[in-house]
Design a protein around this ligand. Structure first.
Ligand code: F6P
Length: 355
């Protein structure tokens, strides 16, 4: 058996742990040959690959990023000039490398492309990756725990300086259109207010609440997701990348909120954009184990010939779902989620206008 393996979309802590687990599990359990495709689907289009023997994956478990590189602007079905080059990518996979199957590790964009290749006759197994934790059918993505740990540490640090100066400190997290990172990171870091896309907030009500805290606690820590928005406002878009399958890049809502609050408050307001530090660096122990479990489960699907499926975590058990069930869907924080109830119980301010 000859298996190709690629990492697509944005990177995330734990990708190398999956690469290692798939490779070792396939080599040890059925003597398969594994080939890494470089920079995601770009490598399939440009013929860039390298062998992945056990020696090649030694020592990478705790390493952030991906040893194979990745690409978030390459869709062989719609290349940068709009041309469909999927036949060229398919020919490289099947005729040149003579792959029996492909493991695609990535987010929704990668899964959508992988599913199209699967339908064209290249058997595929998907492994979900995203710090945003927003892939449907999957209770937990690896990388998310590492991102949450960064947010919690940042809030711990912002809290002490907020207290010293009697300031309102705002930390903006990643997460795209879902509030998972801000919600879990905010709870872990003891944020006083958590603002997520699923619950549009009222600026005047937030300012009134901050004023009450000026009189009492003296400082306020706000954790806001990049996709959060005030009632009646659109998303805060940082950039539009014309050649990306997912062109919108969010960012800047923390600075926007700072500008809104400053004239309404006595205290100084400061905003910190946490940005890509949430995505870089070594995975937490939890993410190393989850990524390893996902990789081993993917290898099991390949050995059993169960293709066209994506590995998922259901409760605490690895399972898989058809790739077709993922396309075009995401996983926002449900209104009845236990973490929202916990935040309410702690009197964390979450906006006056539930979606
Ligand atoms: O999907 C992961 C993610 O980090 C999002 O949270 C964020 O909005 C986006 O990727 C940033 O993308 P880029 O690395 O292209 O700026």
């Amino acid at each position: 058996m000859h298996i190709g393996l690629l990492t697509g979309g944005g990177d995330c802590p734990g990708l190398n742990a999956v690469i290692r687990a798939v490779t070792l599990s396939l080599v040890n359990e059925c003597g398969a040959r594994v080939t890494g495709i470089e920079r995601g689907f770009w490598g399939l289009l440009h013929g860039a690959s390298r062998p992945l023997a056990p020696a090649a994956v030694r020592g990478i478990l705790a390493e952030g990023g991906t040893i194979l590189g990745t690409h978030n602007r390459c869709d062989p079905f719609k290349d940068t000039d709009g041309t469909d080059r999927s036949a060229q990518a398919l020919a490289f996979a099947r005729e040149e490398l003579r792959l029996d199957a492909l493991v695609a590790i990535g987010g929704d964009g990668t899964m959508a492309i992988a599913e199209r290749f699967h339908r064209l006759g290249l058997p595929v197994v998907g492994v979900p990756k995203t710090i945003d934790n927003d892939l449907p059918e999957n209770d937990r993505s690896f990388g998310f725990d590492s991102a949450v740990a960064v947010v919690a540490e940042a809030l711990d640090r912002l809290a002490t300086t907020a207290r010293s100066h009697g300031r309102v400190m705002i930390a903006e997290t990643m997460g795209r259109y879902a509030g998972w990172i801000a919600l879990e990171g905010g709870l872990a870091g003891g944020a006083d207010a958590i603002l997520i896309p699923e619950r549009p907030f009222d600026v005047q009500a937030l300012a009134a609440w901050c004023r009450a805290r000026e009189a009492n606690e003296g400082h306020t820590l706000i954790c806001i997701a990049e996709g959060a928005k005030a009632v009646g406002q659109g998303l805060t878009v940082k950039a539009r990348l014309a050649d990306s399958p997912d062109p919108i890049r969010l960012g800047g809502v923390g600075a926007w909120l700072q500008a809104q609050l400053e004239p309404l408050l006595q205290s100084e307001v400061r905003a910190t954009l946490l940005g890509h530090v949430q995505r870089g660096g070594t995975p937490t122990a939890f993410d190393r184990v989850l990524a390893t479990r996902f990789g081993c489960h993917a290898a099991g699907l390949l050995r059993a010939g169960h293709f066209g499926r994506m590995v998922v975590l259901r409760g605490d058990t690895c399972d898989s779902v058809p790739l077709a069930a993922i396309a075009g869907r995401s996983r926002p924080v449900p209104a009845d989620h236990e973490l929202l109830a916990a935040a309410r119980g702690l009197a964390v301010w979450m906006g006056d206008a539930p979606a």
